[in-house]
Ligand binder design. Structure first.
Ligand code: GDD
Ligand code: MN
Length: 353
C-alpha cells in the first residue's frame, strides 16, 4: 500500500533534511511519497524541499501565507496519491522510525493508527508542568465529550484514505486528528506508544491563541456531534430537579420540622428519580437501548451513580453548614453544583454509555 507522508512546515529549514533522511531510512523497501506543505516560510524551507526533491520522493505544496497546521494537513490530503496517509511534524519531535509501525497497523486492517503519548510506554520529555497540565486538560475535555481515544491531541498518526474521503473537514487551529476522530468514517483504531521528544532546532509555533482556538474547535465539534445540545438538555433537566430538591427541602425542614439533613436526603432522592426519567426520555434518547430490562438497569445505575452525587451533595451541605456556618439552603445549592458535574460525567461515561 503506497504511503503519503504529510509534513506541514513553517520555518523548519534546520530540521527538514534530517527528517527526510530518517524517513527514507525507515521506509527503504516501501512505496511512499513525502508531501511537504509549506506556508512560504521566511527561512526558505520550501526551497530546501525543492532541492531535496532531486534525491527523495518529495512533492511540495507551497502556499502563500501562514494558514495554520490543520489546514496545511488537509491540503496535503487532497494532494496525496497514496492509500495510507501519515501525518507528522517536521521538527523531529515525532520519531520517523515509528512511521513503518503506523503504516503496518493500517496495512494490518486498522483504519486509524495513532502515535500516542498517553498509552503505556508513551510519554513526553522536556515539557514544563504548565504545558503538561494544559495538555492533560485538553485531552480530558476531548475524552469526556468526543472520543475514547487516549491521545486525541496527537499530531502524529496514520489513516486509510477512505476514512476522510468525502468528509467535510473544517480545519482550524492545531487539532486535525480530533476533527478526523469526530467526522471520519472508521471503525478500528489502534494507538502505538511513543515518546514526544523535546524540540532541538527551531521554534514551536504554538501560542496562547491556540488554546482559545482549541476551545472553540471543541465546542464546534460538540455541536456537530450533538454533545453540546446534550449538555444543554442535561442542564435544563437539572433545573426542575433543583427546584424539586430545594422546594421539598424547604417544606420538609420549615413546615414539617424534619431535620434538614433528613429532609435533604428525601428531597434529593425525589429529584434523582425525576432527573433520571427526564434524561432517559429526552437527553439520552438516542443513546438508550430499548426494553424494560435495560430501562431498569439504567434506573439502578442512576440510583447508584446519582446516589454518590447525593453523598457529594450531602457532604458539602454538611461541611459548609456545620463548619463554615453557611446557610443550609446555600450550602445545598453549592452541593448541587458539585453533584451536577459528577452526575453528568457518570451519565455519559457509565449510565448511558
Ligand atoms: N504549513 C504550516 N503552516 N505548518 C505549520 C504551521 C502553519 O501555520 N504552524 C505549525 N506548522 C508546522 C511546524 O513547522 C511543525 O512541523 C509542525 O507544524 C508542528 O508545529 P510545532 O509548533 O512544533 O507544534 P508543537 O510541537 O507545539 O505541537 C505538535 O505536537 C503536538 C503533540 O503531538 C503539534 O503536532 C500538536 O498538534 C500536537 O498536539
Ligand atoms: Mn513541535
Amino acid at each position: 500500500m503506497k504511503a503519503s507522508i504529510i509534513v506541514p512546515t513553517y520555518n523548519e529549514r534546520e530540521n527538514l533534511k534530517i527528517l527526510v533522511e530518517r524517513i527514507a531510512n525507515s521506509l527503504k523497501e516501501r512505496e511512499y511519497e513525502i508531501i511537504v506543505v509549506d506556508d512560504n516560510s521566511p527561512d526558505g524551507t520550501w526551497k530546501l524541499a525543492q532541492d531535496l526533491a532531486q534525491f527523495y520522493p518529495i512533492r511540495l505544496i507551497k502556499r502563500e501565507g501562514k494558514r495554520g497546521l490543520a489546514s496545511a494537513v488537509v491540503d496535503g490530503f487532497s494532494y496525496a496519491t497514496g492509500h495510507c496517509f501519515v501525518v507528522m511534524d517536521a521538527d523531529l519531535q515525532h520519531p520517523p522510525e515509528l512511521v513503518p509501525e503506523l503504516i503496518d497497523a493500517i496495512e494490518g486492517g486498522a483504519d486509524l493508527a495513532i502515535a500516542s503519548r498517553y498509552v503505556k510506554g508513551g510519554g513526553i520529555r522536556g515539557w514544563s508542568h504548565f504545558r503538561r497540565f494544559i495538555s492533560m486538560g485538553a485531552v480530558w475535555l476531548a475524552r469526556i465529550f468526543l472520543t475514547s481515544v487516549r491521545d486525541p491531541m496527537s499530531g502524529f498518526f496514520a489513516l486509510k484514505r477512505d476514512v476522510i474521503e468525502g468528509v467535510d473537514l473544517r480545519p482550524r487551529g492545531y487539532k486535525i486528528l480530533l476533527e478526523i476522530l469526530v467526522k471520519g468514517k472508521y471503525s478500528r483504531v489502534v494507538e502505538i506508544p511513543y515518546i514526544f521528544e523535546p524540540r532541538k532546532l527551531g521554534q514551536s509555533k504554538l501560542n496562547k491563541k491556540q488554546y482559545v482556538e482549541y476551545l472553540k474547535h471543541l465546542i464546534s465539534l460538540m455541536r456537530y456531534k450533538g454533545e453540546l445540545q446534550r449538555l444543554l438538555k442535561f442542564t435544563i433537566v437539572g433545573v426542575p430537579g433543583v427546584l424539586v430538591n430545594e422546594g421539598l427541602l424547604f417544606i420538609l425542614t420549615e413546615l414539617l420540622s424534619i431535620h434538614y439533613l433528613l429532609s435533604a436526603l428525601l428531597s434529593t432522592e425525589c429529584s434523582i428519580l425525576s432527573n433520571f426519567t427526564l434524561n432517559d426520555l429526552w437527553t439520552f434518547k438516542n443513546r438508550r437501548d430499548r426494553g424494560i430490562k435495560r430501562f431498569f438497569k439504567r434506573a439502578i445505575k442512576s440510583n447508584l451513580g446519582f446516589g454518590i452525587g447525593v453523598l457529594i451533595n450531602l457532604f458539602i451541605l454538611f461541611a459548609l453548614t456545620e463548619n463554615a456556618k453557611v446557610h443550609y439552603l446555600i450550602s445545598n445549592l453549592l452541593g448541587i453544583i458539585a453533584a451536577f458535574i459528577w452526575n453528568f460525567l457518570i451519565s455519559i461515561r457509565w449510565i448511558w454509555k
